[in-house]
Write a protein that binds this ligand. Structure first.
Ligand SMILES: [Zn+2]
Length: 446
């Protein structure tokens, strides 16, 4: 049974609500690229799928980067002269600049000002700011909130620690018949941000769960990692394993109401690029294909020239282009059950293409085989043939050992699932054989 079928056997809204519920559970946690927030997030993912946790010590050199000190935070606030918390970390994890050094001081508003970050253009939203590699501290607040600060003096507290510790990431691995791997990578380092972070985490977790206990062609590796430094650390520590990656997807921003965007791998014509484009063309939602660019999420690392892995990035709205991006408006209301479920369907369909795509040889290539006597054609002549019969003719004609099922799906304009089903039927009737000497030969085991 195809993965998509496994998703569609259940009520889609129900799956969407479960995805949203999982995002809601993770939302309040103050994540960062290191520390207990990402550990707690991985622990909750680990309750749903078996996760291997790795801890990389601070100071470890990973290519050109160094794993930073571990950051943890208990509390933070700005109190006015009456002792009232006018900015309170307990209300939003975005209120503190991520990786802020500890502070405990009384200071004038003019001294405090350079440490306050707002969005004057979006005066009601709290921005998301980080300072991972430059020691600094700061508070993020809405511009209107800042304008209401009129006292002369404030009490400032950031109860954080920056110590030698670890960078933590989680891996879910499942073995297939083949040791070649499909990589699914999601970042898990943003605090209370729903689309940019939690949508990818939720969809990846549910996608991983679908693979458990299945007979698979490829082996799968899911990485739940801090952005940038996490992908760099994984690649630096796993160069051998990286060589096994045949197809990969970075998932981010896949819960909002926008249509799909797929950013191609650096190679641009990898099988994952074609599989994603094909699935999106047939998924019934708006979609757009984008060329590779060296800015974005962790596809930047996987597609760095030394690795040049076939890894693309699946999104709905493109990061950096929607007004809610990296602000408090990227909250649980910004992501929706229906879109989360739709993204899970798209991912399942893409994996179905990767699992099912191979080359065959028509065993009866001299003129068309007589499908009618094999019960593979309609019994009475008519004006049009059905799409299923059309798919059989496409598969028979192009199964010359050169064209894969994805090639045939692209040429015919028919969805891959229909081409795949036609090939299965023709195989059973002895009309198709697995092409030898091609990557399709692996498909011999059924
Ligand atoms: Zn981000």
């Amino acid at each position: 049974m195809a993965l998509l079928q496994q998703v569609d056997e259940r009520n889609l809204m129900e799956i969407g609500q479960e995805l949203h519920q999982f995002a809601s559970e993770l939302y309040p946690i103050c994540r960062s690229i290191t520390g207990d927030g990402i550990r707690e997030t991985l622990a909750r993912i680990g309750k749903r799928i078996p996760l291997q946790i790795s801890e990389v010590p601070s100071g470890t050199q990973v290519f050109d980067w160094t794993v930073p000190k571990e950051w943890n935070i208990r509390d933070a606030h700005i109190k006015d002269s009456t002792g009232k918390r006018v900015v309170n970390f307990q209300q939003s994890s975005l209120h503190v600049m991520n990786y802020s050094t500890p502070v405990r001081a009384r200071m004038s508003l003019s001294e405090l000002r350079p440490h306050l970050f707002t969005l004057p253009e979006q005066p009601d939203l709290i921005p998301y700011r980080t300072s991972y590699y430059k020691p600094d501290w700061g508070f993020c607040l809405s511009h209107n909130q800042m304008l209401s600060l009129t006292d002369r003096e404030y009490e400032v507290c950031i109860d954080s620690t920056l110590d030698d510790g670890y960078l933590t990431y989680g891996e879910f691995c499942v073995s297939g018949r083949n040791s070649e791997e499909v990589l699914i990578s999601v970042h898990a380092c943003h605090p209370s941000l729903a689309n940019d972070n939690l949508s990818g985490l939720a969809v990846a977790t549910f996608l991983a769960k679908l693979l458990i206990g299945r007979e698979l062609r490829y082996s799968y590796r899911f990485l739940f990692i801090p952005g940038t430094i996490g992908a760099i650390a994984w690649l630096a520590r796993n160069r051998e394993k990286a060589n096994r990656i045949r197809h990969g997807l970075v998932l981010t921003c896949i819960g909002d109401e926008g249509g799909f965007h797929y950013k191609k791998s650096r190679r641009g014509d990898a099988e994952i690029d074609r599989a994603a484009a094909h699935v999106l063309r047939h998924c019934g939602e708006a979609s757009e294909i984008l060329d590779f660019s060296p800015y974005g999420y962790d596809e930047r690392q996987y597609c760095s020239p030394g690795f040049n892995l076939p890894v693309g990035c699946l999104m709905r709205s493109v990061w950096g282009t929607f007004p809610e991006y990296h602000t408090s408006a990227d909250d649980l209301k910004f992501i929706h059950p229906q879109q989360l479920a739709g993204s899970l369907r798209a991912c399942a369909s893409i994996l179905d293409v990767l699992e099912g795509n191979r080359k065959y040889c028509n065993q009866n290539p001299y003129c068309e085989p007589q499908l009618g006597k094999r019960d593979l054609y309609r019994s009475t002549g008519g004006q049009t043939i059905g799409a299923e019969i059309n798919a059989r003719l496409w598969v028979l004609n192009y199964s010359d050992g050169e064209h894969s099922l994805l090639d045939i799906a692209e040429r015919s304009g028919l969805p891959f699932s229909m081409i795949y089903d036609a090939a299965e039927l023709l195989k059973q009737s002895g009309l198709l054989g697995v092409a030898t000497g091609s990557s399709g030969a692996e498909s011999g085991s059924r």
